[in-house]
Design a protein around this ligand. Sequence first.
Ligand code: M6R
Length: 595
Amino acid sequence: MCGIVGYIGERQAKPILLNCLARLEYRGYDSCGIAVAGGKLQVHKDAVRVGVLKEKLPRRLEGKIGIGHTRWATHGGPTKANAHPHCDCTGKITVVHNGIIYNFQQLHQQLIEEGHTFTSETDTEVIPHLIEKYFTGDLEEAVARALAEMEGSYAIAVLMEGRPELIAARKDSPLIIGIGDGENFIASDVPAVLDHTSRVVYLEDGDIAVVRKEGFQVKRKGKVVDRQPHQVTWSVGDAQKGGYEHFMLKEIHEQPKVIRDTIRAYLTADEADSNRDIFTEGGEREILILACGTSYHAALVGKYVLEQLFRVPVRTEIASEFGFLGQTSARSQAVVITQSGETADALKAIKKLRSEGCPVTVITNVIGSSATRLADQVLCTQAGPEISVAATKSYTAQLMALYWMALPLARIDLRRKDSLIAELRQLPGRVQRILDDEEKIAQHAAQIAKYDHVFFIGRGINYPVALEGALKLKEISYIHAEGYAAGELKHGPFALLSSEAPVVAIVAPDNTYDAMLTSIKEVKARNSPVLALVEEGDEVIEEVADSVIVVPKVEPLFSPVVNTVVLQLLAYYAAKERGCPIDFPRNLAKSVTVE
Ligand code: M6R
């Protein structure tokens, strides 16, 4: 998705902007650009990577104030003309923008009739023209008047030739100010500024900030408001590869630590009893869990966990569908899971839930994200920054949060509860054993990489794991993959089974075991090669499947954690075998801030 950066201070802006943009590359983009004001404002942009833009820039592009952008095309293709920054007619006002302006056609038409000329197909370009229209000497006021005309979502940074300030504003799209010493930054994401500062201010919807080198002022509806700085605990190292070939591999390997940190944070002194108020006690209730993509798969696991332990009905919904179908009642309590806290579909669902009076708990990995500001309660996962587009450690952290939510109120006897907590504490070690043996998984992945179609099957709590395994594989290796509840294969997908379509079967030693064995036999009868994930000690499946990956023994309720780690590695090594750009898969973005 698009990324915004801005700098004002005593240093040359060009290298700083390029460095900040490079830190945003993980979000996915198709073009980029910067504007720097020395004496004169200069804009350089193209449909290229940041590294290529850097090579193309004039050596003498000097100025201590500037803005930059990575664009992920929505209105108009990925071309040089459509890349940001965009300028007004005079070429003195320039803007970078994340979001979508819904009424841009109308504004565009109106501005043309008033004599403005446009050079791109973007919705963004109306912004500098609106600012030009309203500018009478006060840039902040002109921006405020321009924003008042716009419907939709935006985070913007504005730079005007000859002015000693940057203007930043947001509505439904994230934007922060990074606070330095005699210099300040603007960015859409914290990692962009981490090389320079760890003190940030999260702007809120409706905020307009004037950012100067010696300080900043935030206004809302014309009145000055106080926005306190936060100290970011992530380090630059957390957001770097640390010797791994890809962020994804590094993040997969961080999972034992993530689980350990989560257990430490959640299961403190009074063990699992500290979150009694997440769900209101007593009476009939319904829990609704909403999310997108991988987070939705965590939600599906959460449904099993909460229903088994908490014994209340749980409904899961894809957040992007909730606006069309979703119903709530006075009994509903919602949990929205979003790693980034910025997914537009998730934010829209939260707003709808809140407008219907439904209390919302958000599970997110990003403190200060938009979702945290909309929620009634926030449960922060302890995954640290996740850079790879493919979600891995954030998913595991979400599962941990869901286990933690369910355990305190679990309607199970105390001995079972204690044993589950003890089992949770063993999980980091179990996951580490999988990672220590990753070479074997890489060998299986090399086989999988030869096929164009792969099915994943599971049952019960491992059905969502099959969905996640398929999503991970298709996302980064571009192999067509589908996840199914094992019993569903015979209701249609059987038609596609052949020696050319392997099936990855996730087998857990729970009440689904016998049914999984039957499913594997049925698949074998249709000539599909079967790779089964089995618990150590299992000899029955080994007899039937073509090959097996042995997974450490865990409590079945926690099997999604270990099985998913195996499937993450399977996808990673299959993608590597096929030479795919693992961290930045085509057409995808880390946080999907458009609907
Ligand atoms: O930030 P979110 O958890 O709201 O993101 C939701 C999905 O876009 C995300 O999980 C996506 O499916 C992953 N990149 C898949 O690996």
